[in-house]
Design a protein around this ligand. Structure first.
Ligand code: DON
Length: 577
């Protein structure tokens, strides 16, 4: 009856609307940019910030490898195609979750301080701030080589010789330089003039490779091939010797024995139940997981006070910024390397930082209308690092972040092997003017023999009923922690799919100077709302970190994986089948 009373023209409009809607739904998957249509796959998926690396993971999954083998393959490929961010001469963290039972482990393959490196050596250098970033003294004991051997042995299904395959091929046959790498290389012109080993890999006669050009790295191909074939024998033998002599020639003190003494450490990850899911994340020596879980706790506390937390509003960004500032303050005061014997034991420091009573006191004094001061720190710029996620056909998930620290690490290259070494020593508190990211000096993060510096890297996996349903993480210095937190909240609290969760505009606050960075896309009203609460709002001149994520869902009742590589980092794309 009601329908009959509607005028004919209105009915025609409705019919036309429905037809157009149906057409849009049919066309939408091909009409990129119309709305967020995440990449989907049925069996397995990988999301790295470089398409070649995502494909490397998929190649190993197709060959019967599991998520761990695939994550190793993607990481090694990234060291070839995206060497400003990560590589064989660096280190990182991997969170590995089994398909069922909520069993997750955190593999810490971060660099350590060489035995002979003292703070005085750096302080006495002609330019101490530079000494911890460029040259031999900046180099920490690389963690990737042994880390991947140990990870593959414990959790992989295929020998390392299979996982190195795609990286070897990319290095030997060449790869197209991504816009991201071209941009990084363009900024290295002075280094290319003064550093022959660096220039021999990344330039033709001092002219950096540009986007789309074919770059071959035959020496690295041979290095990776030997690594795949000989494993530990190669790492402790030829590689260790070559690194020692290169670092010594570059003014450093790292020895082959430091490399022989290096092992990855398995740690119990941190976790928190949030909106019916279990969020599993990085423990110390990362501070990223602490920031993430403190922020989830803040969301829970504010929800309990009936404060609405709607995505992309000034009220929500205020809640986030407040949690971030406190998280970074905790980092600066308390977080350090918990040591090498953490297997099966959670980090005591993180547990006490996350203690409900402690956080409740902080949440009680949150004022929804006003920012509150917190001490500490300085702003930062994005440089290197890479994050990737893999979920395999059994449902095993890996979330892995790896880095050489700043762009191209120490710029020290082992010439004969084309291995670029990290500058992770800069992540220690060296008592100098604060590190590249302006993070405050702190006693728990002081340089000490064999110690790992604190990190922001926060590979994270969310479980439901003990099964991985979401993997996420980011690159971008301290912004890793705040970006990963926003991606996780966008999915779990704001109901977004992974594509939207990764792409949505972000904010960052890391304490002091008391500046709230917002991305260009954050609207003027939101900025006004934040200023009204007392924030010093500043538009960031670079995107705030680059994230990747994979979620597990369904299409028409069948399991499907949705994957996203951040549009902020050009050249990234997921892969799967
Ligand atoms: O571990 C860390 O937190 C840093 N070494 C990460 C460096 C980084 O993300 C560089 N990019 N901005």
């Amino acid at each position: 009856m009601i329908r009959d009373r509607k005028p004919k023209r209105f009915r025609r409009t409705i019919t036309a609307g429905i037809s157009i809607g149906a057409a849009v739904l049919l066309v939408a998957p091909w009409a990129q940019g119309w709305f967020y249509a995440p990449f989907s796959a049925r069996r397995f998926a990988a999301a790295a910030d470089n398409a070649d690396a995502s494909r490397a993971a998929v190649e190993v999954l197709r060959a019967g490898g599991n998520a761990v083998d695939a994550a190793i393959a993607a990481s090694l490929a990234l060291g070839v195609v995206s060497p400003s961010s990560s590589g064989f001469g660096g280190g990182g963290f991997a969170l590995v979750c089994q398909p069922t039972g909520g069993r997750c482990t955190f593999v810490d393959f971060r660099e350590t301080a060489p035995a002979a490196l003292t703070i005085e050596r750096i302080r006495n250098a002609a330019n101490p701030s530079r000494a911890s970033q460029v040259g031999g003294l900046a180099v920490g004991v690389p963690g990737e080589p042994m880390g991947f051997i140990e990870m593959a042995r414990r959790y992989g299904r295929k020998p390392l010789s299979v996982s190195v395959g795609p990286a070897v091929r990319l290095a030997r046959n060449g790869f197209r330089v991504s816009p991201f790498l071209a941009d990084r290389l363009a900024q290295e012109r002075p280094e290319l003039q003064s550093n022959p080993a660096f220039a021999s890999v990344f330039s033709r006669g001092g002219v950096p490779f540009s986007s789309g050009e074919l770059l071959r790295r035959p020496r690295l191909a041979t290095t990776l091939e030997r690594y795949g074939r000989e494993g530990e024998r190669f790492v402790h033998g030829a590689l260790a010797q070559a690194i020692e002599s290169t670092v010594r020639a570059a003014g450093g003190v790292l020895t082959a024995d430091d490399i022989r003494g290096y092992h990855s450490v398995e740690r119990t990850p941190l976790s928190r139940v949030f909106r019916g899911a279990t969020v599993v994340t990085a423990p110390p020596p990362s501070a990223g997981g602490v920031v993430l879980l403190e922020t989830l706790a803040q969301y829970d506390a504010l929800a309990a006070r009936n404060l609405p937390l709607v995505s992309q509003t000034s009220a929500t960004f205020h809640a986030l910024a407040d949690a971030f500032k406190h998280g970074f303050d905790d980092r600066a005061r308390y977080v350090g390397d918990p040591g090498n014997s953490q297997l099966d034991r959670p980090s005591a420091v993180a547990e006490s930082l996350l203690a409900p009573a402690r956080l409740a006191q902080r949440h009680r004094t949150f004022d929804a209308s006003r920012a509150r001061p917190v001490v500490v720190i300085e702003p930062a710029r994005d440089q290197g690092t890479t994050h990737l996620c893999v979920i395999d056909s059994d449902g095993m998930a890996v979330s892995l972040t790896t880095t050489v620290n700043l762009s191209f690490g120490s710029r020290v290259v082992v010439d004969s092997m084309d291995v670029l070494l990290n500058d992770q020593i800069d992540d220690f508190s060296l008592g100098t003017a604060g590190n590249n990211f302006g993070l405050a000096n702190s006693t728990p993060n002081a340089l000490a023999v064999g110690r790992r510096p604190i990190s922001s890297m926060a590979p994270t996996i969310v479980l439901r009923d003990g099964r991985p349903v979401l993997a996420a993480g980011a690159s971008g210095g301290p912004r890793i922690a705040t970006a990963t937190t926003q991606v996780i909240l966008n999915v779990l609290a704001h109901g977004m799919n992974v594509e939207a969760a990764v792409a949505s505009p972000r904010i960052h606050h890391q304490g002091a100077p008391d500046v709230l960075l917002v991305e260009r896309e954050v609207s003027e009203d939101v900025r006004l709302g934040l200023r009204a609460r007392g924030y010093q709002v500043q538009e960031s001149d670079t995107p705030l970190a680059a994230a990747t994520a994979i979620s597990v869902g369904e299409i028409a009742g069948t399991r499907a994986l949705f994957a996203s590589s951040d549009p902020r980092k050009q050249g990234g794309a997921p892969a799967g089948e």
